[in-house]
Unconditional design. Structure first.
Length: 391
C-alpha cells in the first residue's frame, strides 16, 4: 500500500545513531591525519624537487578538482557500486604509497593528489547522507585545516628532511591504517555507495520499506518543480564558493607571518567550520552563511592590519563552508556531486593566489555573497531538521 501524502513524518530517522557518530569521528580523525602527512611530505621535499611550484599546483588541482569527476563517474560506471569506505581505503593506500616515493617527484605528487581526492569524496558523500549533514560535513572538514597547517610548518622547518627519511614510512602506515578504519566504519550502512542519492525525501516509513519507491535509492537527478531555482542556486553558489576561496588565498593578513600564528589561524578555521556546520542544522544554511559573510566583511574591512580581527574574520569565513555545501546538496540532491562541486569551485580561486584585494573590495564581495545566499531562502528548510526542503 502506498504512503499517503499526509502520513506523519517519522522524526526518529533524523537523529544520529552510534554508527553515524562513529562514521563522523572516523573521517574527522583520518582527514586531519591525511592532510598532516600530505603537507609534511610535500613541503619537506620542495627544496629537493625541480619545479616545486608546478608540483604543488598539480597536487592542489587534483585534490580539489578530481572529486567532482569521481562523483559524476559514480553514476555512470562501476564506481556506483563502490562504498564510501572502499573508496576511502583505496585513497589512503595511494596516499601512503605516494609518501614513500618522495624521491620520484611527479609520482609522489600524482599519487598524493589522486588519493586525497578519493578520501575527500568518500568522506563528503558519507557525511552528507546523515540526518544532520551540516554538522557532519563541518566537523569532518574541520581537522583538515589544522593538519595541513601543522604539516606545512613542520615540513618547512623542524622536519624538513623527513621526506627522505625512513620515518616517513611510519606516517604512511598511519594513513593506511586510517583507510582500514574508514573501510570498517566509514560507509552509510543503510544506503552505501557513491551513487546513492542519500535522502529519503518523504521520510515516510512505508516508502522507506520499499527500496524501489524510496527516492533515496534512486541515483537519478530529479529537481521537479524546483528546477529553475536549483539551477540558479548552483550558479549563485558557484560564484559564492569562488569568491569565498579567493578571499582566503589572496588577502594579506598578519596571521600568515609566523608558525605560531599560522597554527592559531588554523585552529580558528577548525572552530569556524565545525560551529558553522552545527548552526547550519539549527537555523538553516541561509542565515548561517549570511552571518558568516557579514562578519568576514566587517572584520576584514574595518581592521585590515589587526591580527585579532583577521583571526575573527577567518573564523567567520570558515563558518560559511558547511552552509555552502548544504546549499549545493539542497540544489542537487546528490551528496557526492554536491561535495565534489564544493571542492571544484576552490580550484579557480587557487589559481589567482598572489592577487591582493583591498579591504573595501573584500567588504563589497562578502556582502554580495550574502545577498546571493539570501536569494536561496526557498531551498532552505533546515530549521526543523526536515528533508532539506526536497519534498
Amino acid at each position: 500500500m502506498s504512503a499517503q501524502v499526509d502520513t506523519p513524518v517519522d522524526t526518529t530517522v533524523l537523529t544520529w545513531t552510534r554508527a553515524h557518530k562513529g562514521l563522523v569521528a572516523t573521517y574527522t580523525i583520518v582527514h586531519g591525519a591525511a592532510e598532516f602527512f600530505t603537507a609534511l611530505t610535500l613541503f619537506s621535499m620542495l627544496t629537493l624537487w625541480t619545479n616545486p611550484g608546478w608540483k604543488v599546483f598539480v597536487y592542489s588541482s587534483m585534490a580539489f578538482g578530481l572529486p567532482v569527476f569521481i562523483a559524476l563517474g559514480a553514476h555512470r560506471w562501476v564506481l556506483g557500486k563502490i562504498t564510501e569506505g572502499q573508496m576511502g581505503l583505496a585513497g589512503a593506500v595511494l596516499m601512503g604509497t605516494g609518501m614513500m616515493v618522495g624521491h620520484f617527484g611527479w609520482a609522489c605528487v600524482l599519487l598524493l593528489g589522486l588519493g586525497s581526492a578519493m578520501i575527500h569524496i568518500a568522506a563528503g558523500t558519507a557525511t552528507l547522507k546523515l540526518a544532520k549533514p551540516g554538522t557532519a560535513v563541518g566537523v569532518f572538514e574541520s581537522t583538515g585545516a589544522l593538519g595541513l597547517a601543522a604539516g606545512t610548518v613542520l615540513g618547512s622547518g623542524a622536519l624538513s628532511l623527513i621526506g627522505t627519511s625512513p620515518w616517513i614510512g611510519l606516517g604512511a602506515l598511519i594513513v593506511v591504517a586510517g583507510g582500514v578504519a574508514v573501510l570498517a566504519w566509514g560507509s552509510d550502512r543503510e544506503f552505501p555507495g557513491l551513487a546513492a542519492a542519500g535522502f529519503d525525501t518523504t521520510r515516510h516509513p512505508a516508502d522507506r520499506q520499499d527500496p524501489v519507491r524510496s527516492p533515496r535509492s534512486e541515483p537519478q537527478l530529479s529537481l521537479d518543480s524546483k528546477t529553475g531555482l536549483s539551477i540558479l542556486a548552483l550558479a549563485a553558489l558557484a560564484i559564492i564558493s569562488v569568491a569565498r576561496t579567493l578571499m582566503y588565498f589572496t588577502t594579506e593578513q598578519p596571521w600568515k607571518v609566523t608558525p605560531a600564528l599560522i597554527l592559531i589561524a588554523a585552529s580558528m578555521v577548525l572552530l569556524g567550520r565545525a560551529i558553522g556546520g552545527i548552526l547550519t542544522d539549527i537555523v538553516g544554511f541561509v542565515p548561517t552563511a549570511i552571518a558568516g559573510f557579514i562578519g568576514t566583511a566587517v572584520f576584514f574591512a574595518l581592521w585590515p592590519s589587526a591580527t585579532w580581527a583577521g583571526l575573527i574574520a577567518l573564523f567567520c569565513l570558515s563558518a560559511t563552508m558547511a552552509p555552502i555545501i548544504v546549499g549545493l546538496l539542497a540544489s542537487t540532491r546528490r551528496p557526492a556531486l554536491a561535495f565534489g562541486l564544493a571542492q571544484f569551485f576552490q580550484v579557480p580561486a587557487g589559481l589567482t593566489a598572489g592577487i591582493f584585494f583591498s579591504p573595501w573590495i573584500i567588504f563589497a564581495t562578502m556582502i554580495l555573497c550574502g545577498v546571493l545566499v539570501l536569494g536561496l531562502h526557498p531551498l532552505d528548510q533546515r530549521r526543523s531538521h526536515a528533508n532539506l526542503g526536497l519534498q
